[in-house]
Design a protein around this ligand. Structure first.
Ligand code: ADP
Ligand code: TYD
Length: 200
């Protein structure tokens, strides 16, 4: 099915909140309905994204300003190489993390949230819909404690409490806050009820 324009749907939330699970469920549902839907994530698979992933294994290897800079470089590349071309082809783009993660994670390290937003909005494409998954960091961390590579830099509970608060503060028409403690089925139903009417 061909849409009149590309649509960008973003999934946000702290680590272990279940956003990747739901992003993939929505992607599959859209593909089943014969929509041209694609999935991207940040940090991306590009050179900056790979660099971030390596650094994340070493606690405090980066200053907040260096983090901000690396995530921005990765995002610029993702916007130009992945998001804009797909949206131009009128695809549905499902994006796992975007600049709201930048505001929440680097904001929680003391960088001015408005400044981070301004820097991103200079080049980033505005999304049509943003799902924000809300969960107690303790619960989120429990869900992912078996993941092989521990993201030491980002996944600390006291820090994630602050990150969560910033995510919870996002308000506006395009933001939908999801209670991430609900079951996978309940959440996917809720998401499809909100997202599918945009296309069907
Ligand atoms: P995130 O992308 O936010 O880090 P994931 O989607 O990778 O989170 O999910 C983290 C873990 O929690 C996975 O093992 C996943 O199977 C599980 N999970 C996802 N959604 C739920 C849910 N609603 N209830 C319980 N466990 C969940
Ligand atoms: P990711 O690999 O997506 O983690 P997860 O699979 O647990 O969701 O992202 C790695 C970390 O990068 C994650 O803890 C959040 C952090 N991050 C930022 O700090 N700033 C940003 O701008 C982005 C996109 C991610």
């Amino acid at each position: 099915m061909v849409l009149q324009k590309g649509i960008l749907i973003v999934f946000e939330g702290i680590d272990g909140s279940g956003k990747s699970t739901q992003a993939k469920i929505l992607l599959e549902r859209l593909q089943e309905e014969d929509f041209d839907a694609v999935y991207f994530r940040e940090p991306s698979k590009g050179k900056w994204g790979r660099k971030i992933k390596k650094k994340a294994l070493h606690p405090d290897s980066l200053s907040p300003e260096e983090e901000l800079d690396l995530f921005q470089k990765d995002r610029r590349e993702n916007v130009e190489q992945n998001l804009k071309p797909a949206l131009k082809k009128k695809k549905i783009v499902i994006l796992d993390r975007y600049y709201y993660s930048n505001i929440a994670y680097q904001g929680a390290k003391g960088i001015d949230e408005k400044l981070i937003r301004r820097m991103n909005e200079e080049f980033a494409v505005e999304p049509d819909l943003v799902f924000i998954f809300d969960i107690d960091p303790k619960k989120g961390l429990e869900r992912i404690e078996n993941r092989k590579k521990k993201d030491k830099l980002f996944e600390r509970e006291d820090y994630l409490v602050k990150v969560r608060e910033i995510f919870r503060s996002f308000k506006g028409e395009k933001f939908v806050h999801i209670d991430a403690l609900k079951s996978e089925e309940e959440i996917s139903k809720e998401i499809q009820e909100i997202a599918l009417p945009i296309f069907l």
